[in-house]
Design a protein around this ligand. Structure first.
Ligand code: NAI
Length: 358
């Protein structure tokens, strides 16, 4: 057929990862079969903390070559109680993101119809942000070391790396994102008062790139002030660009302010499209609710929406998001959002909504 077929690698990994990814695939298959304008082919990879405990490795040696054959990667969550978090994060997630040059991490946040922000007076439409996180260097570059281990003078360094190349490409991506949104407004988050090297380069490059986007309104804000602004004046924010660490923290705050960490998605993009991009819910493996059937699949559905947009299926993406919001509005929501529905009930309701509306 002339319909495009997208090959998706799925890596559910740990904890509730397999529960939400399986829900996501169910909904995506339903959407593709109902629309009939594109095909999706999934291949599952069982790379997880269990694999690590059995083989000593998260990824087989040829993993990156294997992943490069796919159009996109759908990722669950990694993290197990008996593996240190820095081993699991670097062993699986960062081991994919960094070599595949997925340097732009995109985190949209909004309040869905039918869900509630913990902020008094803040409703749907008042909070509609996209956070762009530098995803390849900065504080998570992995540069540093430990010496004199076990001695009283034990020393550890964690060096932030800011390169002109790295800062410039994330700034350009962020400004492009801002220029395509109705408000054309970007906040460059920094900490150049205290961090007087890397963050000063960050500000300088932001200013240079801003000159290429005269239609985008730019402002600079210290990360500490940004936290209060997000809580007190959410409607004054639109696009945010921040470093790896700063954006990591701000986006969890953003997810909580929007109602739950159980709805927020993330895209790890290689904007050059040389490598496949990776899409995942922002939450972790949620060890406290594994196997209870109450994991909120909405973050994974919204993740699927972002993946479809990246693949060029804008219409299907918007239809899926609409279906998910409709289901939330009907009150079919999981416990984290104040409801009583199970993962399966929300998934079925979204499939029914797709059937009914498309
Ligand atoms: P978490 O996001 O897994 O859980 C935080 C809280 O939110 C828990 O109470 C959990 O039950 C709840 N929650 C998260 N997702 C939910 C969902 N879809 N539906 C309903 N409730 C949900 O963060 P936590 O507890 O700090 O980390 C647990 C493990 O996950 C750790 O090993 C951590 O390293 C890992 N992690 C992995 C991430 C990734 O793979 N991208 C991101 C964050 C944490």
């Amino acid at each position: 057929t002339e319909h495009p077929t997208y090959k998706i690698a799925s890596i559910p990994a740990d904890g509730i990862g397999p529960e939400v990814i399986s829900a996501g695939i169910t909904v995506l298959k339903k959407l593709a079969s109902t629309l009939g304008t594109f095909n999706l082919e999934f291949e599952n990879f069982d790379w997880s903390s269990d694999t690590y405990k059995k083989t000593g490795k998260y990824l087989p040696g040829n993993a990156l070559q294997t992943l490069k054959k796919f159009d996109a990667i759908l990722f669950g969550a990694v993290g197990a109680p008996d593996v240190p978090d820095h081993i699991s994060l670097w062993g699986l997630r960062l081991a994919i993101c960094q070599p595949l040059q997925q340097y732009a991490n995109v985190r949209p946040t909004k309040i869905f119809r039918g869900t509630q922000s913990p902020l008094r007076n803040c409703t749907t439409g008042d909070l509609d942000w996209v956070i762009i996180r530098e995803n390849s260097e900065g504080e998570y570059a992995g540069h540093g070391g430990r010496s004199h281990i076990g001695q009283a003078w034990e020393t550890a360094t964690e060096v932030s790396i800011f390169t002109r190349h790295g800062v410039e490409r994330i700034m350009r991506f962020a400004f492009e994102t801002a220029s395509k949104r109705p408000k054309k407004h970007i906040t460059v988050v920094t900490k150049s008062n205290a961090q007087r090297n890397g963050m000063v380069l960050w500000d300088l490059v932001a200013k240079e790139v801003a000159a290429e986007f005269p239609d985008v309104k730019v402002e600079k804000m210290l990360v500490d002030a940004m936290t209060t602004r997000m809580v007190l004046k959410p409607e004054s924010i639109d696009t945010i660009v921040a470093t790896n660490l700063h954006a990591n923290i701000l986006s969890d705050l953003a997810a909580a302010l929007a109602g739950s960490i159980g709805i927020a998605p993330t895209s790890n993009l290689d904007p050059t499209r040389e490598n496949p991009s990776m899409f995942e819910p922002i939450h972790g493996s949620a060890l406290d609710i594994i196997g209870m059937g109450i994991a909120n699949p909405v973050a994974t559905f919204w993740t699927a929406v972002e993946m479809l947009k990246w693949l060029g299926e804008e219409k299907a993406a918007n239809a899926l998001l609409e279906a998910v919001e409709n289901v939330c509005e009907k009150g079919i929501i999981t416990k984290d959002l104040g409801g009583t529905a199970t993962t399966a009930e929300v998934t079925n309701a979204v499939c029914d909504e797709i059937q009914r509306t498309l």
